[in-house]
Design a binder for this molecule. Structure first.
Ligand code: SF4
Length: 329
């Protein structure tokens, strides 16, 4: 963000700053954050009794201290009619993310509506169309005319079954209404399209369509299960990119073997030492996960236990059945 380049200091969160527990609104991981606000004409001090962190900020802080925040976690916003400093930083005590942020959640303050910092200019106020090599703002009439012309051309060429809409659909923090009301009215109400898919799925369906087909419903585990699981199955996903802190805070300890004590406590006398670090992945967007495993030093210890499945389109269900039969027994 241009307004924060060259910045060399940020205000210290004062002891009496207002404190709020907030949940990241970007993805379903639901990481916990702390939001602090205080008047713009005040700030805390370095002494432990002068700042919200309760530590001596005049001294070098240890590695992984929660007593800091980044420029991206800061902004000036309106609260109850007044300008206030705002800091939104990951909550170390939240069991979901344990203080981890991501490139999305850790910028919630920066992306907050702020007339002081001009972030209101980044709000989407016009339809955007890809023209001349970049997204260009245009009028609603122009945008809808384009949708109509493309739609008619596709239907004339391939019939209504040949028309397939790819739509964004996310619901965090009330965004479901803002994000899907217009497209829902257009595609379902006005155009009555037969085929539509959501941003990360092959149809308007569950994120784990193949397992649902075979009788295993989605979202039936808690995050801690990823630290305890014998085998993690990832189908067509890139967990680092799409569920960042679920991957980093719960998968990685299991893949690394650092959740062994937890496993032993959970499984009692069952042999857990030989039952970890298996990961089945269907071929898809796994490269970012691979890269992060490399950086975390996981490749050497996991590579023999990582199986890449080369799924043909439409064969997810059969592939999963076969892999469960052959690999998991
Ligand atoms: S993983 Fe990132 S985007 Fe998702 S909830 Fe956590 S901080 Fe937000």
């Amino acid at each position: 963000m241009a307004y924060k380049r060259q910045i060399d200091r940020l205000p210290i969160v004062p002891k009496d700053a207002k404190e709020f527990n907030v949940t990241c609104h970007y993805c379903i991981v639901g990481c916990g954050y702390k939001a602090y606000t205080w008047p713009t004409n005040k700030q805390g001090g370095t002494a432990p009794d002068q700042n919200k962190f309760g530590v001596d900020l005049a001294k070098q802080q240890p590695a992984e201290t929660p007593a800091w925040y980044a420029p991206a976690m800061y902004n000036i916003v309106r609260q109850n009619g007044s300008d206030v400093h705002i800091v939104i930083k990951p909550d170390k005590d939240c069991v979901v993310n344990s203080g981890l942020g991501s490139v999305r959640g850790a910028r919630m303050a920066e992306m907050s509506y702020s007339q002081q910092r001009n972030t209101q200019l980044q709000r989407l106020t016009n339809p955007m169309v890809w023209r001349y090599g970049q997204m260009q703002p245009t009028s609603w009439d122009d945008a809808l005319d384009l949708v109509a012309r493309v739609t008619v051309a596709v239907i004339n060429d391939r019939g209504e079954d040949g028309l397939f809409v790819s739509a964004f659909d996310h619901g965090g923090a009330g965004g479901g209404y803002e994000n899907t009301w217009g497209t829902g009215k257009l595609y379902f109400g006005a155009m009555k399209v037969k085929n539509i898919r959501i941003h990360n799925r092959p149809a308007y369906n569950s994120e784990v369509h193949a397992t649902r087909d075979m009788g295993v419903g989605e979202l039936n585990n808690c995050y801690e299960d990823a630290e305890l699981a014998d085998t993690i199955v990832a189908v067509g996903t890139n967990a680092l990119e799409t569920q960042t802190n679920y991957f980093l805070n719960h998968w990685v300890p299991n893949l690394r073997g650092s959740s062994m004590d937890k496993k032993k406590a959970e499984f009692g006398s069952e042999p857990v030492a030989r039952r970890y670090r298996q990961c089945l992945r269907s071929r898809g967007r796994q490269r970012e996960c691979d890269a992060s495993c490399d950086q975390l030093g996981l490749r050497p210890c996991t590579i023999q236990r990582v199986a890449d499945l080369h799924c043909e389109q439409g064969l997810d269900r059969q592939s999963l059945h076969r892999s469960f039969d052959q690999k998991l027994r």
